[in-house]
Design a protein around this ligand. Structure first.
Ligand SMILES: [Zn+2]
Length: 162
């Protein structure tokens, strides 16, 4: 779903998009190949819709949750680079040393690195981050969180076509 100015807003399901279209609160930007059929008619499902009224949103509104930290870091351990193993979030500055829950103090870590680091700071544990964590911009976040974007979505997410 795109904002009135074509900025990407969110991924929603087809049902929600259809409800917006039927209520004339959105228009189709890119159709999909799918259809829904009722007894009398078939309606082509949209792939990209644009809402008619601009939604003003705060610049940084990605909610800080464990799942979103893992998404931001692409489910990759920020210490050893492992992927496809169980992940958790690690406090870079441990809570016992005053570390807070924040975008720049939480990273995705595999359980092995998380256990190895324990309750120590980076220097104490002699560990290094692969990159410095930051609060994600929501467009970047959308790019991260959509693992296999439909080709029709890519231009609206500022992604190269696959
Ligand atoms: Zn690791």
């Amino acid at each position: 779903m795109l904002n009135q100015n074509y900025e990407p807003l969110m991924v929603c399901n087809a049902r929600r998009a259809l409800v917006m279209l039927l209520g004339e609160r959105a228009e189709v930007v890119e159709p999909s190949d799918g259809q829904v059929r009722s007894v009398r008619s078939a309606v082509r499902l949209p792939s990209v819709v644009r809402i008619m009224r601009y939604i003003r949103r705060p610049r940084h509104e990605v909610r800080l949750t464990k799942q979103n930290v893992l998404r931001r870091d692409r489910h990759t351990c920020q210490y050893c680079g492992a992927a496809n193993v169980p992940m958790t979030t690690d406090h870079i500055v441990p809570r016992s040393q005053g570390g807070e829950d924040s975008w720049d103090n939480l990273v995705c870590a595999c359980t092995a690195c998380n256990n190895a680091k324990g309750d120590r700071s980076l220097a104490q544990a002699r560990m290094r981050l692969r990159r410095n964590p930051r609060r994600p911009h929501y467009v970047t976040f959308l790019q991260y969180s959509i693992r296999h974007p439909d080709n029709r979505w890519r231009p609206y997410l500022f992604l190269e076509s696959a």
